[in-house]
Design a protein around this ligand. Structure first.
Ligand SMILES: [Zn+2]
Length: 110
């Protein structure tokens, strides 16, 4: 196994949309992929955003502009975060689960 230095988590998170959209060049996308394979903190984030993109593709009939797509996501996540922290102390996956549910309702209308 090669002992490459992992890039920091915040770099991964900052590039995650570009990674998912295939906008990163090969080297950077490889760095992100290697990080995700080993990082328990970033992987759920990647998993969740990936699920969101899939949901959007499945439920939305028209092409949603990238900026709008990211804005919807950030807004929902922020709202869920506030709601979750108001209700009880924050738990990472709890927020993602709630946000997943909200996005589903928003995008698919169920
Ligand atoms: Zn990480």
């Amino acid at each position: 196994m090669n002992e490459q230095k992992m890039i920091p988590c915040d770099h991964v998170i900052a590039q995650l949309w570009e990674y998912l959209d295939g906008e990163l060049d090969e080297l950077r996308s490889q760095e992100v992929r290697q990080h995700l394979e080993r990082c328990a903190r970033c992987f759920p984030e990647h998993d969740f955003r990936g699920a969101y993109l899939k949901l959007m593709r499945r439920c939305s009939t028209q092409q949603v502009p990238v900026e709008l797509r990211r804005r919807i996501f950030e807004t929902v996540l922020e709202e869920e975060h506030e709601a979750a922290t108001a209700a009880r102390p924050a738990s990472g996956t709890g927020i993602l689960e709630r946000a997943r549910f909200t996005l589903r309702r928003l995008l698919c209308g169920d």
